[in-house]
Design a protein around this ligand. Structure first.
Ligand SMILES: [Zn+2]
Ligand SMILES: [Zn+2]
Length: 133
């Protein structure tokens, strides 16, 4: 499911990677953790189940990549595939959110084409490659 883009500055070669959707779980302390893909990256993750998906997008205001929750299940789902199926099943309750920056509240974007480079402030981003995980 995770899919992403790499954008590179046409002046200084600085690159930015935006991607989603990534499975996450909530640990015993209530913190959001990366679940792992395609399988859980720990027993704790496996036990907790997939609570939802996050998106790593670019904040045009902070000018850096931030991660935000875009889908949250009411009940954690078992495994990545289970979570994908649950998302397409309208009987499974979930909430959807616009990905916004946790620092400033600006909507995160995945299309950086022609955005001004935050590193050199002279070049602009162009799409370099796409990847699937
Ligand atoms: Zn640059
Ligand atoms: Zn921001």
């Amino acid at each position: 499911m995770p899919f992403g883009f790499v954008y590179k500055c046409d002046n200084c070669q600085f690159s930015v990677r935006v991607s989603g959707l990534w499975e996450y779980y909530v640990d015993g302390k209530g913190f959001r953790q990366r679940y792992g893909h395609p399988g859980p990256n720990s027993n704790q993750a496996k036990k907790a189940g997939v609570k939802g998906f996050t998106f790593q997008g670019y904040c045009p205001t902070c000018r850096e990549v931030h991660e935000a929750i875009v889908i949250e299940f009411v009940e954690p789902q078992s495994g990545s595939l289970g979570a994908c199926l649950a998302y397409s099943n309208s009987d499974v309750q979930h909430k959807e959110f616009d990905p916004v920056c946790d620092i400033c509240g600006t909507k995160l974007i995945d299309d950086l084409e022609n955005e001004l480079c935050p590193k050199c402030n002279a070049g602009h981003f162009i799409e370099e490659s796409r990847f699937m995980s």
